[in-house]
Design a protein around this ligand. Structure first.
Ligand SMILES: Cc1cc2nc3c(=O)[nH]c(=O)nc-3n(C[C@H](O)[C@H](O)[C@H](O)COP(=O)(O)OP(=O)(O)OC[C@H]3O[C@@H](n4cnc5c(N)ncnc54)[C@H](O)[C@@H]3O)c2cc1C
Length: 401
């Protein structure tokens, strides 16, 4: 809803600068625009990328079940009425409310939202990384090697630094189904630091995951902290145990992208309050993987971006009572069977999560990454990303052979 908040008594509308053009940034831009039109609020999005990429369906690509989805950022900018600037945030003068690009261009702002995500690095030397669509070919090649060899052991690893482990289970389930369909006698393993599979979603989700893994013949090594890969292909655990594997696929570690002038926690991520205001930096807000939160996930990034947008508007004088960030984790577990729709309230002060974490598909907001504004925006595009609402076909694709 666009309201008639009086324009500021200055010769330009207030300016919100959003650094980044990923999940949190786009959700925040849509949230801000839902309150104020471009005569009342100027929004600038600063990012080095020309396209917005949707990461959550990347797990389907090695199996030829989906192509990478992206859209030009300029199309988003035109749709939403934001200015797009190509560049990288270099540093911030918090007191002066001026951001500078790495090339030294000064960008004054009234509110700055940091939505620059996290750097995704290899977590395990010698393993095949899976950081998203750009690693899909590596996994497809690995599956072809298993087929050529007539079998082998493939392990999917969630190292201790990975909080969002769902892609590990999706890749393992799809791999097992693909190899079984091709009648290749391979072993598939999940090796995870979690005490139980999908532990973040609670007891019932764990039971669902265990059951699915067992029915797919996947060996589960839970509570396993991987410290390295031996030359001989063994996965080495911190308690001295070793697990044999011919091929290892590992989820990445997320590392902070620090911006000079802004505070960080000990790990280098940006500390925020429950309204996504950066601690000790008035006028600066942060949302998504760049922040200190334990769980880094797209749906949470959107919820935090919504809280940030409301706090920005309130701090700029818009009559709104900003809602705090109260994270609710939502995930769709894709496999060769019907998808599982999972949900869990993460904030301690929220009522306990319902015992049954399964959510009916009809009650699910659109899309695999759930954003209050982003999901309907993407669904409204004729060519938007399409999350499968049934079993993922894994056999007989050209890609997976
Ligand atoms: C394989 C895979 C599957 C996933 N599946 C799911 C899922 O099913 N559901 C889910 O909710 N989440 C999922 N996620 C997690 C989700 O993709 C991330 O948590 C989410 O993208 C984080 O959003 P963000 O906006 O914080 O960061 P990003 O989306 O990474 O965006 C960061 C943006 O900042 C830009 N940037 C970086 N540095 C600068 C700078 N200095 N100045 C300006 N711009 C900068 C980048 O170019 C980018 O545009 C998955 C992730 C992966 C890798």
């Amino acid at each position: 809803m666009v309201t008639n908040t009086p324009a500021p008594t200055r010769d330009r509308p207030r300016t919100v600068l959003i650094a980044g053009a990923g999940i949190a940034a786009l959700e925040a831009a849509l949230a801000l625009r839902s309150h104020l039109d471009s005569d009342r609020l100027a929004i600038t999005v600063l990012a080095p990328n020309d396209r917005f990429r949707y990461p959550a369906l990347a797990v389907l690509e090695p199996f030829g079940a989906a192509a990478a989805w992206s859209m030009p950022l300029q199309a988003f900018a035109d749709d939403v009425g934001v200015e797009l600037r190509h560049g990288v945030l270099g540093d911030v003068d918090v007191a002066g409310r001026v951001a500078r690009t790495s090339e030294g261009v000064a960008l004054p702002y009234d509110g700055l939202l940091l939505a620059t995500g996290a750097r995704s690095d290899r977590s395990l030397d010698g393993a095949t990384p899976f950081r998203g669509a750009h690693d899909a070919d590596r996994v497809a090649d690995l599956l072809e090697r298993v087929a050529r060899d007539g079998g082998g052991t493939v392990a999917f690893v969630a190292p201790a630094t990975v909080s969002w482990s769902l892609p590990v289970y999706e890749l393992a389930l799809l791999t097992a189904a693909h190899l079984q369909a091709a009648e290749i006698p391979a072993r598939v393993l999940v090796v995870t630091h979690e005490a139980d599979p999908l532990a973040l979603f609670g007891d019932d989700a764990q039971a669902i995951a265990r059951d699915k893994l067992a029915r797919h013949g996947i060996e589960l090594h839970a509570g396993a902290a991987v410290v390295g890969l031996g030359e001989d292909g063994w996965i080495e655990l911190d308690d001295g145990r070793r697990i044999a594997a011919d091929h290892v696929v590992a989820m990445p570690e997320l590392h902070p992208r620090t911006v000079p002038g802004l505070p960080t926690d000990d790990a280098g991520f940006v500390p925020v309050d429950e309204h996504a205001r950066v601690l000790g930096a008035p006028g600066v807000y942060a949302a998504g993987d760049v922040t200190s939160g334990d769980v880094k996930q797209g749906g949470l990034a959107c919820q935090q971006a919504d809280a940030a947008a409301e706090a920005i508007l309130a701090d700029l004088g818009h009559p709104i009572a900003p809602a705090p960030y109260r994270p609710v984790l939502r995930g769709i577990l894709l496999s060769d069977e019907e998808p599982e729709y999972l949900r869990s309230a993460l904030a301690a002060e929220q009522p306990p999560a319902p015992r049954e974490p399964r959510v009916r598909r009809l009650a699910w907001p659109q899309g695999k990454i759930v954003g209050h504004h982003l999901s309907p925006y993407l669904a409204g595009r004729g060519d938007g990303p399409r999350t499968p609402d049934g079993a993922v076909p894994v056999a007989g694709s050209d890609r997976a052979g």
